[in-house]
Design a protein around this ligand. Structure first.
Ligand code: HEC
Ligand code: HEC
Ligand code: HEC
Ligand code: HEC
Length: 364
């Protein structure tokens, strides 16, 4: 669940709807999830899908939810059901106040040591769902030799190749639905079960499932409406037009005609359009890299207050040119290198980025 931002209520309602639709059977309730799920009015004692080994009731000092759960799956080539155990662990950073709501986070590694032996006896394959920074997930594998797999997910983490540490395979899950993990269990007659972890990166080439695509379209429209309403209520006027600390590309054009033309023909000059198409132009989680000077004093605030700073303009890369545009010979602009690109062209938002192939497309 999203634990930050004014628009998190409307986002979480849709996130939860989508998760219901996906039929998720086991859910590690972590960090802000508990508070957000309580706000949504979800019954956390419903069935055995909500787990956490280190979410503790302040009243009873016992786990608030089931520490673990076991799911039985049929395997081709075997008459016996295969038992997969899931243990949930979470980091201890909550945005929402925890104590008042009746729960607190215990140390995840101590909680793991406490519950792992019991779960190990009840299952054939043991998976820890770990909402922990990668370093803590690795430590978990080093300290315990009874975990088969650790699925580690933390804020804005990339997915990657599985790593084998001690007895455990560690998988890194990516946020924002950018990758789909798959564990493929197979068994040859009378032989050991083989588990193959797969990671499917959901690039633009992967087709949407039609029913889910329809739900997402509804969600986008509703979230966008919610965000627009928040923008209209917003009292942040620190950067209204007239007090901008960016000159905008139009100001550079008369003296740098060739650069301006190259820029106009690039996708940077209309980078906000793709967000409009996605109905994400008021989403604070998206606009940052599709505009100029986001969040900086006198920079982009939102599309309604600072429309002239939409798109990746000259100063998104070159920095403020207000002084330089007044007195170009005296106020020099800084020299740029490839590092100017990777603030936005991150591995997760621009997986194919290489300066050598991208620069020629916007050369000026
Ligand atoms: C960290 C910076 C960053 C953030 C945050 C960001 N983007 Fe982007 N986005 C980029 C960059 C860079 C590209 C160009 C990628 C390329 O072509 O290599 C891009 C391209 C896109 C594209 C066009 C590429 C395509 O797949 O066709 C869409 C759509 C898009 N972004 C939507 C979003 C949405 C929606 C969000 C919020 C959930 C978002 N972006 C947040 C940097 C960002
Ligand atoms: C996406 C980032 C980006 C944008 C947007 C951008 N530039 Fe640049 N610009 C660069 C980089 C990087 C270089 C340096 C390239 C090199 O030296 O090989 C550069 C070089 C230049 C130079 C030449 C400087 C020199 O070393 O001689 C000028 C002038 C310039 N840009 C002006 C502009 C203007 C005007 C705009 C808008 C119309 C603009 N740029 C938009 C990244 C950008
Ligand atoms: C009034 C004309 C004028 C305007 C407006 C102007 N520039 Fe320049 N710019 C120049 C001149 C002239 C130079 C060359 C300065 C020199 O070589 O001494 C220059 C040089 C540059 C350079 C190379 C580095 C340097 O300072 O020598 C960059 C980058 C640049 N301009 C970017 C911009 C951007 C971005 C804008 C808009 C915000 C802009 N300029 C607006 C006239 C202008
Ligand atoms: C402020 C954020 C930001 C910075 C800095 C930035 N970009 Fe981009 N770039 C974007 C976004 C967002 C898009 C996608 C725009 C769209 O598709 O509408 C993009 C798209 C591109 C594209 C088009 C990709 C395609 O498939 O055609 C190229 C090329 C590119 N950027 C090169 C660069 C280079 C080179 C630099 C550094 C000199 C750079 N960018 C710096 C945000 C940025």
């Amino acid at each position: 669940m999203q634990g930050l931002g004014e628009d998190r209520g409307v986002k979480n309602r849709w996130l939860w709807k989508g998760m219901q639709r996906l039929g998720i059977e086991v859910l590690n309730v972590a960090e802000d999830d508990i508070g957000e799920l309580q706000i949504l009015g979800v019954d956390l004692q419903d069935g055995d899908r909500f787990i956490s080994a280190n979410l503790i009731s302040t009243k009873t000092q016992a786990p608030l939810l089931k520490p673990y759960t076991v799911k039985q799956i049929p395997l081709k080539g075997s008459s016996q059901k295969y038992r997969i155990g899931f243990l949930g662990l979470s980091g201890r950073e909550s945005f929402l106040k925890t104590e008042a709501a009746g729960y607190t986070w215990a140390d995840p590694s101590a909680s793991a040591r406490k519950w792992l032996p019991e779960l190990r006896k009840e299952c054939d394959f043991l998976i820890v769902l770990a909402c922990l920074p990668a370093s803590q997930a690795v430590q978990l594998a080093v300290d315990n030799s009874n975990i088969d797999m650790i699925v580690s997910g933390s804020k804005h983490q990339m997915s990657g190749f599985p790593a084998k540490i001690n007895q455990s395979t560690i998988l890194y899950a990516e946020d924002e639905g950018k990758a789909l993990g798959e564990l493929r269990f197979s068994v040859a007659r009378g032989q050991k079960v083989d588990v193959q972890p797969l990671n499917h990166v959901l690039t633009r080439n992967v087709k949407d499932e039609p029913e889910m695509a329809a739900l997402i379209a509804q969600a986008k429209a509703d979230i966008s409406q919610g965000q627009l309403a928040l923008v209209k209520q917003s009292t942040n006027t620190t950067s209204l037009s007239g007090t901008l600390s960016f000159a905008t590309s139009a100001r550079c054009a008369p003296c740098h005609a060739a650069a301006f033309e190259a820029w106009q023909n690039s996708r940077h000059s209309h980078a906000i359009d793709i967000l409009k198409k996605e109905r994400k132009e008021f989403d604070a989680a998206c606009v940052g890299c599709h505009v100029t000077g986001n969040g900086r004093p006198g920079g982009f605030v939102n599309l309604s207050q600072t429309p002239e700073l939409a798109n990746v303009q000259c100063e998104a890369c070159h920095g403020s040119g207000v002084q330089h545009a007044e007195r170009p010979a005296q106020a020099k602009m800084a020299r740029l290198t490839a590092t100017a690109c990777v603030a936005c062209h991150t591995k997760s938002n621009s997986p194919e980025f290489e300066f050598a192939t991208y620069w020629p497309k916007i050369k000026h």
